[in-house]
Write a protein that binds this ligand. Structure first.
Ligand SMILES: NC(=O)c1ccc[n+]([C@@H]2O[C@H](COP(=O)([O-])OP(=O)(O)OC[C@H]3O[C@@H](n4cnc5c(N)ncnc54)[C@H](OP(=O)(O)O)[C@@H]3O)[C@@H](O)[C@H]2O)c1
Length: 240
């Protein structure tokens, strides 16, 4: 029987590429989103992948949403915690609201997404947890103290879950994308984009599909001995 995969933020950008790649690899996929109904409806029309709306920053909503997905599609075998936001500001101008929104979505959102799924994975003796972190969680970034803190925190979650889940057949791994050509990055002024590309030895932005292929590998049986790892997919921009 096909395994079931949940991709948070799976309707746009990197998440949409992940949802499609997992579907193409034979998974039954549920893609979630926060509020952009139009993008979600277009995504379902184009891909046939079911979408579900909840805020990953809210535990009760996440738990109820995940319960709904599992009763429709079956137990979740693969969870990709991809939903993420930025609220950039230099630290001296960063507001407590900007700090909190990013913590709620990018860090607590990972807890809220994985925690309700974890007991079932333990009972069934199989699971794949994949968290989409960021190059900026590895190296920090000007005006992203909030974002970098969450993405570094995500790596801590993954390394801990790797140790807790190993004996139960569960692996937990992270991917740290560099700059990827999503709407968010393509929306920045061309001059800024050029200055970003100048820092990437490969000489170009990454494609969402290049991250999606890392996910399908980590989700597969071929990756069974990879646990607690971080895959840096950044075109050589930063080495850990
Ligand atoms: N793009 C890059 O270059 C890059 C680089 C490194 C890491 N990343 C990470 O990769 C992940 C995806 O980034 P992206 O650029 O593809 O993002 P994106 O295009 O902005 O898409 C974000 C997705 O997450 C959903 N989302 C946002 N907040 C949510 C919430 N509170 N609850 C549920 N869903 C929520 C959005 O739903 P709606 O459509 O409803 O808004 C959307 O589906 C993020 O974690 C990001 O930090 C991105």
């Amino acid at each position: 029987m096909a395994r079931t995969a949940l991709v948070t933020g799976g309707t746009r950008g990197i998440g949409a590429a992940i949802s499609k790649a997992l579907r193409d690899a034979g998974y039954t996929v549920a893609a979630t989103y926060a509020g952009n109904d139009e993008a979600a409806a277009k995504f379902t029309d184009e891909t046939g992948i079911k979408t579900y709306k909840w805020n990953v920053g809210d535990y009760d909503e996440s738990k109820a949403g995940i319960g709904g997905v599992e009763s429709e599609l079956g137990p979740i075998d693969v969870v990709v915690a991809n939903a993420g936001i930025t609220r950039d500001a230099p630290f001296h101008k960063m507001t407590p609201e900007q700090w909190q929104q990013v913590i709620d979505t990018n860090l607590t959102g990972v807890f809220n997404t994985v925690h309700p799924i974890w007991p079932g994975m333990r009972e069934r003796g199989f699971g794949r947890v994949i968290v989409i972190s960021s190059i900026n969680g590895q190296k920090g970034q000007f005006a992203q103290a909030n974002y970098a803190a969450t993405k570094a925190g995500d790596l801590g979650i993954v390394k801990s879950l790797a140790q807790e889940g190993a004996a139960k057949g569960i692996t937990a791994n992270a991917i740290c994308p560099g700059y990827i050509a999503t709407e968010m990055v393509m929306a920045v002024p061309e001059k800024v984009r050029d200055s970003i590309v100048a820092q990437i030895p490969t000489g170009r932005l990454g494609e969402p599909e290049e991250i999606a292929r890392c996910v399908t590998f980590l989700a597969s049986d071929d990756a069974s001995f990879i646990n607690g790892s971080t895959i840096s997919a950044n075109g050589g921009q930063f080495f850990v």
